[in-house]
Ligand binder design. Structure first.
Ligand code: HEM
Length: 358
């Protein structure tokens, strides 16, 4: 596809159509100077403007013979591949720099059965790179890491494939690694009213965050082999939807309204539905991952869950509380990584990520 505009009222990569591939990276600052962090954002923004347009950064991939090239070069000749780069700042970012954190940016509570690995959790800054070509997404994160040398370094990163949610409801709903359609009832990228109500931070947030959003990431490992020995009936009961069509129990088609009382009392979809939770709503934008196998012959696979919301207390937190307590899916999954970041509003030409924060 053609390039997705970098500039606009919101950062690209949230409500824009979901691409096929992900490279997500969390960075830690090596400085406590807000001026240095701002300079990094300025340099990153300049590079992001070029990379999302399919262009080489800085002086390009070839230049002065005696210096390392500004651009590492592996995306030469490749199209922009709908690359989007979306940036967020975690609670530790504000602590380290001595800047006021937005009210709603707090470390997530611990949920029952969480088994979080610190080496795959947190991070001062996150970068979500999505593109239709993995080489383009990896090139983008690699070049941002190169630019950050001396100011910030990668803490952990995650590759993802096979988007598990779409923001384009007219398109075929993608399937997750459990084989179920995922993202059926998601916020559409064109539904401005729902985005304003549930995704974009409004006047309640500081200026730099207006039009931005809070991002929660969870690395959710799936016990694929156990799942694969589970009967179709049990699989469908767990979600409260059929496998092939994706229709909710009590309805015929995928996009029919969910008759909540026809679903098992603890079905995933029933527990997570806004009507069960006083309206709690998120925009899901996750990806599947498979990082080879785990040394015990099991696939090291799962869902890299990404959720955007205007207020985590009215989004991820109450939903995950309900799921952690009762979801029968918990027998087949485990949350092993976690992070929360405040993603600034959109960037206008000439400005940079989070400019008015510094
Ligand atoms: C719905 C799978 C984790 C929130 C669904 C659906 C599937 C699914 C198949 C039905 C289709 C749809 O409407 O998208 C999974 C799997 C997970 C997982 C395999 C873990 C590996 C989570 C988590 C949350 C969540 C951690 C949030 C805390 C939701 C919501 C819905 C949903 C809000 C839509 C409910 C509705 O409005 O009908 N999920 N999910 N899911 N899931 Fe999950």
């Amino acid at each position: 596809g053609g390039p997705i505009p970098f500039h606009g009222p919101h950062q690209a990569g949230i409500a824009t159509p979901v691409q096929d591939r992900l490279h997500f990276a969390a960075f830690d600052l090596g400085t406590d100077s807000p001026a240095k962090a701002a300079e990094l954002m300025r340099e990153w923004t300049a590079a992001a403007v070029r990379m999302t347009a399919g262009q080489e950064i800085g002086g390009g991939a070839t230049g002065a013979e005696l210096a390392p090239p500004d651009d590492t070069g592996e995306a030469l000749e490749l199209p922009a591949s709908r690359l989007t780069l979306t940036v967020g700042f975690g609670p530790s970012f504000f602590e380290r720099l001595g800047l006021p954190a937005p009210d709603r940016l707090k470390e997530l509570p611990r949920f029952p059965a969480d088994k979080l690995d610190p080496a795959r959790s947190g991070g001062d800054i996150c970068v979500q790179a999505c593109a239709d070509d993995p080489q383009v997404a990896v090139h983008a994160v690699r070049n941002l890491a190169r630019i950050a040398f001396g100011t910030a370094s990668v803490r952990w990163s995650q590759l993802g494939f096979g988007k598990t949610s779409s923001t384009t409801p007219q398109a075929q709903t993608p399937r997750n690694l459990m084989g179920f359609k995922d993202g059926t009832r998601n916020i559409a990228g064109t539904d401005r009213a729902a985005l304003d109500a549930h995704v974009w931070v409004g006047g309640e947030g500081p200026e730099w965050l207006r039009g931005g959003s809070y991002l929660v990431a969870r690395r959710i490992r799936m016990h694929i082999e156990t799942w694969d020995r589970t009967s179709l009936k049990e699989q469908e009961d767990i979600f409260g939807r059929t496998k092939r069509e994706g229709a909710p129990y009590g309805a015929a088609r995928e996009h029919d309204p969910v008759p909540l009382d026809k679903l098992p009392a603890d079905a995933h979809v029933r527990l997570a539905h806004p009507d069960s939770l006083g309206g709690a709503t998120i925009l899901r934008r996750g990806y599947s991952f498979t990082d080879g196998s785990d040394g015990l012959g099991r696939l090291e696979a799962g869902l890299f869950f990404l959720a955007y919301q205007r207020d985590p207390e009215k989004g991820f937190i109450p939903i995950q509380r309900a799921l952690a307590a009762r979801d029968p899916l918990n027998e087949y999954i485990q949350h092993v990584g976690s992070g929360i970041w405040a993603c600034p509003g959109g960037v206008t030409p000439g400005s940079f990520w989070g400019e008015t924060l510094f």
